[in-house]
Design a protein around this ligand. Structure first.
Ligand code: NIG
Ligand code: FE
Length: 412
C-alpha cells in the first residue's frame, strides 16, 4: 500500500529531525512547508518535500490536496471513551443549577456510570464504544488513551479493560489503555475507604496486570475521592507491575497531588484547573507533562487550566479531550484546540503543538507519532480547503477534516 499526497497548501508540523516534545517558548513555533507532498508506504511516512522535488514515486493511490492542509492526526492523551449509556439527565440537572459535586452527592456522576456498566454486557459495551471511537477517528484523532474507571469493582473493571484491549486489537487507531483503578468510592465502601484501597491494591491491580492490556495507571486524587496518601499507595502498587502513572489531579482542589505524582515519575498530570507555585516547581524538575482538558472546563463551567503560566514557566503542555459522559461528553479535538485558543489564550501554534507532538509525549509514543517526520507512523489529517492552519482553531464548531489517513490507510 502506498499513497502520494500532492499539492499540499501547508504541510504542518514538519520536523526533519525527530522531536519528542516542545516546551515553553518553543511551543510558539509550528514548522510548515508550503506547496508540498508526502509519500507513504504501508504505515510509515517515507518522504516529504516541496512539490518541485516530487519525482520518481509510483504510488498505488494519489490524493490531490490542492488548497488543503496536511497535519499529523490529533493525539488525544486522556479519555474515558469506554462507558455505557450516557448521563444526559444530569446535563439537565446541571443546567438547572446543580454542580458536578452536587450531582455526584445524589448518587449521580461516576456511580451512575458504574451502575450502567454493571448492567451492560462486554459485547454491548464494545459496540457502544466502537461507535464513539470511529466518530473521533473521523474527526482526526489517530492515537488515543482510554481509561477504565467506571467498573468500581474488580470484575467490571476487568470487563472495561477487555473492551479497551479488543478496541486496541481491532482498530487502526493507536490505543493506549490505562487502568483507572481508583476513580470513585462505591457506596458499599463509603465508610471504609481503606478497605476499598486495599481491595484495589491486592485484587484489582494484580488481576488487571495479568491481562497484560493496561500500560498506565490512574487515580482521581480529589476531596471526596482519593487522597494523596491513597494515590501514593496505589501508584506504588502499580509500579510493581510496570504500570506508569498518568493521574487526575487539581481538578477542584489542590491537595499536593502534583508533587506526589512527579515523585512517582508520572508520565502526565492531568486537569490542573488549579495550580500553585509548588506545583510549577515540581513540574519544572520532572519529566512529567501537564495536560489541560478545556472541554471539561467548558462543560462544567469550572476554571480553565492556567496554560499561559505553565508555558511561561518554560514547561510543556498537552491538550486532551477527557471524553467522558459526566464532565466532557465530546471527543472532538478540533473543538479542544479552538477552546484552548479562545479560553486559555494559546496561540494556534501552541494549541496544535499541544494536541499533536505533546499529546503523543503524554502517551509515551512521541518517537512514532505527533509530527511529520520520515519514519514516523502515517497518521494524518487532510483538511477541507483553507488558507492557513490557524483557521482550524478560528472556525470553532466546524469540522475541518476532509480525509483521514490512519496507520497508512485512507479512512473511509
Ligand atoms: O476527568 N474527574 C474525574 N473523572 C472524569 C469525570 C468522570 C465522570 O464524571 O464520569 C474527569 O473529569
Ligand atoms: Fe478524566
Amino acid at each position: 500500500m502506498s499513497i502520494l499526497i500532492t499539492n499540499i497548501h501547508q504541510l504542518v508540523q514538519v520536523h526533519p529531525n525527530n522531536v519528542m516534545l516542545v516546551k515553553g517558548n518553543d511551543m510558539k513555533v509550528l514548522p510548515i512547508m508550503e506547496n508540498a507532498y508526502v509519500y507513504i508506504e504501508h504505515d510509515t511516512i517515507i518522504e516529504y518535500g516541496p512539490m518541485t522535488e516530487c519525482e520518481g514515486f509510483d504510488p498505488e493511490t494519489t490524493i490531490d490536496a490542492t488548497n488543503k492542509l496536511v497535519i499529523p492526526s490529533w493525539c488525544d492523551s486522556h479519555t474515558h471513551l469506554v462507558f455505557a449509556g450516557n448521563r444526559s439527565k444530569e446535563f439537565v440537572d446541571k443546567i438547572n443549577g446543580l454542580s458536578y459535586e452536587e450531582i455526584a452527592a445524589r448518587g449521580g456522576g461516576i456511580l451512575n456510570s458504574a451502575d450502567q456498566i454493571a448492567n451492560t454486557s462486554l459485547d454491548d459495551l464494545y459496540t457502544q464504544s466502537l461507535i464513539r471511537l470511529n466518530q473521533v477517528i473521523a474527526l482526526g484523532t489517530g492515537a488515543i488513551e482510554i481509561k477504565t474507571g467506571y467498573g468500581l469493582e474488580t470484575e467490571a473493571e476487568l470487563k472495561m479493560l477487555k473492551v479497551i484491549g479488543k478496541l486496541k486489537k481491532d482498530s487502526q487507531a493507536f490505543i493506549l489503555p490505562t487502568l483507572l483503578a481508583a476513580h470513585a468510592i462505591p457506596d458499599m465502601y463509603k465508610s471504609d475507604k481503606t478497605s476499598y484501597v486495599n481491595q484495589i491494591i491486592n485484587n484489582l491491580i494484580p488481576k488487571a496486570a495479568a491481562l497484560k492490556i493496561a500500560k498506565y495507571i490512574d487515580v482521581f486524587c480529589e476531596k471526596g475521592y482519593f487522597s494523596v496518601e491513597d494515590m501514593d499507595k496505589i501508584l506504588a502498587a502499580g509500579k510493581n507491575y510496570q504500570l506508569q502513572p498518568k493521574v487526575h489531579v487539581n481538578q477542584f482542589n489542590i491537595l499536593g497531588g502534583v508533587p506526589a505524582a512527579t515523585g512517582h515519575n508520572a508520565l502526565s498530570v492531568d486537569h490542573l484547573e488549579l495550580l500553585d507555585e509548588n506545583d510549577i516547581n515540581a513540574l519544572a524538575q520532572s519529566n512529567t507533562i501537564p495536560v489541560a482538558l478545556p472541554g471539561c472546563s467548558f462543560y462544567l463551567g469550572i476554571p480553565y487550566t492556567p496554560a499561559r503560566r505553565i508555558i511561561e514557566a518554560g514547561l510543556p503542555l498537552a491538550l486532551a479531550s477527557d471524553y467522558n459522559p459526566g464532565s466532557a461528553p465530546s471527543g472532538n479535538m478540533n473543538f479542544v484546540v479552538s477552546l484552548a485558543c479562545v479560553k486559555m489564550k494559546l496561540s494556534p501554534e501552541e494549541a496544535i503543538n499541544a494536541a499533536t507532538i505533546n499529546g503523543a509525549y503524554a502517551m509515551g509514543i512521541s518517537s512514532m507519532y505527533g509530527s511529520i517526520t520520515r519514519g514516523k507512523k502515517a497518521n494524518l489529517i487532510i483538511t477541507k480547503p483553507m488558507g492557513h492552519y490557524r483557521e482550524i482553531a478560528y472556525n470553532f464548531g466546524d469540522n475541518p477534516v476532509d480525509q483521514v489517513i490512519i496507520n497508512g490507510k485512507l479512512w473511509a
